[in-house]
Design a binder for this molecule. Structure first.
Ligand code: ADP
Length: 445
């Protein structure tokens, strides 16, 4: 591997570029017209414009991205997260052009990308899933299943993701309409109308396991708790979780077993819900690097992008499970261009004042710079601020300190930083009483 094309934008493009450079790889960053002045573009060895601002015409434009790889002579493509990262057809086309795709195989993605299929595979591997159904074939089947499971139930799109395509149903009267609406929404949003049912778990924790495979073996890099969410979108993530030891051990073993079952290659994340009794249930696998990977890097000291690149280059994982040690505690907050006082409405602007925090145990992953105009076409993530310290209490204090010295301002720009300060000050959060409804129950008003 000599030249890496980065098929993404924003903070993750910069994150990948940094590791690629440390490994001595040349970098090609592809970008939309709206991102011509972005930091990854300015820092890349080569930058190629692949289309207009709209993602469909640029970051999702497979022919243009492949052409850019061929023209620049790139021998590998890293897709980052979002956009084409979990698109098996893209991974296959990259491979068919003799270019290395930095990620799982198209076969891995096909098995695990569809959420209903992934549930089936988890059951095969002996991993517990939330009580529920396969893809629904009729409303009658939905009614019978929901009766057997007990209300409330949640309807989910098989092809769903990013917290979209989910619908809570409390009673049988609402079910028929909900199924039809969910199918219609799934068709419109994901091009696939398939939906399935899961039991709605009350006040669960969202805990996910980071795995890494090389085709021969699968290792875990422990877990992250991502329970602090809003509308099923993660806002703050931490590692390790606060689960009792037996629950945690079971979860880690289950995750490795499931990834081994499909011969998983590269970095991936298995997501679980954990109920109040400590029962855990697999919900889905993300076959890519995730936004929250830095917390795992902080507690393990490993560079996940480097490991992805090494595995993609055909190198076997040289470490064993015992070599991967977890030290201390890390917490990440997502700084989004959203107004927490106005129901997290997206906010845009030009960065006028920018001062990042520093000091021991503080990391900032961000593509922002003074004068940068935030384009309105993409997701609202501006930065991730991550703190590490020897235990959770100290990490909270360190992150609180880091946020208090951060200055990120621009005309009309609102960010989620004030919200995160409130979370870190919240007594329930400090006690570790986190679950996915935390923001709605403990942070409103
Ligand atoms: P997506 O792929 O859209 O991210 P997930 O299946 O990963 O969807 O679920 C996202 C979030 O939705 C979870 O972290 C949790 O907060 C909530 N959720 C999903 N399934 C259930 C369930 N069966 N019961 C309760 N909450 C759920």
């Amino acid at each position: 591997m000599k030249k890496l094309l980065i098929a993404n934008r924003g903070e993750i493009a910069l994150r990948i570029l940094r590791t690629a450079r440390e490994l001595g790889l040349k970098t090609v960053v592809v970008h939309s017209e709206a991102d011509a002045e972005s930091l990854p573009v300015l820092l890349a060895d080569e930058a190629i414009c692949i289309g207009p601002a709209s993602p469909a015409q640029s970051y999702l434009n497979i022919p243009n991205i492949l052409s850019a790889a061929i023209v620049s002579g790139a021998d590998a493509i890293h897709p980052g997260y979002g956009f084409l990262a979990e698109n098996a057809a893209f991974a296959e086309m990259v491979r068919d052009h003799g270019i290395t795709f930095v990620g799982p195989t198209p076969e891995n993605m096909r098995l695990l990308g569809d959420k209903a299929t992934a549930r089936r595979i988890a059951r095969e591997a002996g991993v517990p899933v939330v009580p529920g159904t396969d893809e629904l074939k009729s409303v009658e089947e939905a009614k019978e299943a929901a009766r057997a499971i007990g209300y409330p139930v949640i309807l989910k799109a098989s092809a769903g993701g990013g917290g979209r395509g989910m619908r809570l149903v409390h009673t049988e009267e609402d079910l028929e309409r909900a199924v039809l609406q969910a199918q219609e929404e799934a068709r419109a949003a994901f091009g696939n109308p398939a939906v399935y049912i899961e039991k709605y778990i009350e006040e669960p924790k969202h805990v996910e396991v980071q795995v890494l495979g090389d085709g021969q073996k699968v290792l875990h890099l422990y877990e992250r708790d991502c329970s602090i969410q809003r509308r099923h979108q993660k806002l703050l993530e931490e590692a390790p979780s606060l689960l009792p030891r037996e629950v945690r051990d079971g979860l880690l073993k289950s995750a490795v077993r499931l990834a081994e079952h499909v011969g998983y290659v590269s970095a991936g994340t298995l997501e679980f819900l954990v109920d109040r009794e400590g029962n855990y249930y697999f919900i889905e696998m993300n076959t890519r690097i995730q936004v929250e990977h830095p917390v795992t890097e902080m507690v393990t000291g490993l560079d996940l992008i480097r490991l992805q690149l090494e595995v993609a280059a055909g190198e076997p994982l040289r470490m064993s499970q015992e070599d991967i040690e977890l030290k201390g505690h890390a917490i990440e907050v997502r700084v989004n261009a959203e107004d927490p006082d106005k129901d997290f409405r997206p906010s845009i602007g030009q960065i006028e004042t920018l001062l990042w925090p520093g000091g021991p145990g503080v990391r900032v992953d961000s593509h922002l710079y003074q004068g940068y105009a935030i384009p309105p076409h993409y997701d609202s993530l501006l930065a991730k601020i991550i703190a590490w310290d020897t235990d959770r209490e100290r990490t909270i204090r360190r992150l609180r300190r880091a946020l208090s010295e951060t200055a990120l301002e621009g005309k009309g720009l609102k960010t989620t930083i004030p919200f995160h300060k409130k979370v870190l000050d919240n007594a329930f959060f400090r006690r570790g009483a986190v679950y996915t409804n935390f923001v709605a129950r403990r942070m409103s008003g």
